[in-house]
Design a protein around this ligand. Sequence first.
Ligand SMILES: *Cc1c(COP(=O)(O)O)cnc(C)c1O
Length: 366
Amino acid sequence: MNRPILASIHTEAFQHNLNRVRALAPESKIWAVIKARAYGHSFNAAIEGLASTDGFALLDIEDARWLRQQGWEGRILLLEGLFHENELDLAQQLDCDLVVHCETQVQWLEHFEGKAHMPFNVFLKMNSGMNRLGFKPSQYRTVYHRLHAAGYHLHHMTHFANADQVDQQPSVGKQMEVFSQTIEDLDAPTSLANSAAILWHRNALGDWVRPGIMLYGASPTGKFADIEHANLRSVMQLHSEIIDIQELNPGDRIGYGGRYEATEAMRVGIVACGYADGYPRHAKDGTPVWVFNATDDGAGLSCPIVGRVSMDMLTIDLRNAPKAKIGSVVELWGDQVPVDEVAQMSGTIGYELLCAVAPRVPVSIK
Ligand SMILES: *Cc1c(COP(=O)(O)O)cnc(C)c1O
């Protein structure tokens, strides 16, 4: 037997969340964004649970190859396009759609001999204000015409910097304005919305939406309360077990640095999960851990972290959990504890925690 830690991935929760995207963007096609091993959920689980998507969007061409080997026949978008010119033939064999965001990539496509028999679908990326990837509006139309002349099938694409917050510049409205003005009379399908725009900017969807985090049941803002009404389900349940229990006296301190001091006699549960599993070391005292069968009536209970998270273990306050014992199952995040709550208590967002689930954590697809 291995250590008791396990990440369970629920494929019907994936399907449910994808249906939610369909309901919110019924006119759009969906790129299910599965970069970073499907935000830590494994590509295997993603292609199973998200099989009814129109396409998968990811970063590495090797992952596109793997998807094709698994029999995926739908579309695949390389979200940052090609990183090297010598990947053009492979991208063509794999029938990938390409984001094009810089002049170098435009030149590769112009010189590509294979374009004559099978031109790519190109998602031409406009920098409408985020200032990360893409062409400035002043260059965009020229590049559009060049790729069009070279025979490629063009789509207009941009990405929002602030679809998850109000009063932040550049606003979605401002970026939309720049985008619409720039593409005026260049008739091609569009792709704009990430999860936050799908949830909160329904006028900014476009022909292809690009949901990531909402497919995994976490919030674009990092706050679970913001998506509570969106009826999304968490896809990953991170479970482990209590492997030891300590009885503390008043004044005893716990773990490295002795960050937590007992003010009264208390039981502390030692859980087999630490930062080497991807649990955030910065989790504050009070971060919830769900203990199943914790109380006299058999109910589960949220028990707060006490003391610093270490590499392989963390420690929780069992004062309200008389039935908790060695072998009790705990949920670090999932249905009972939203990953966003753990993230908030650790100064980050759910995205980072999900992506950082360590390779040593076994994944079970349910
Ligand atoms: C990651 C990514 C997305 C998905 O963003 P979420 O906030 O997870 O929905 C969409 N578009 C692009 C270009 C991305 O890189």
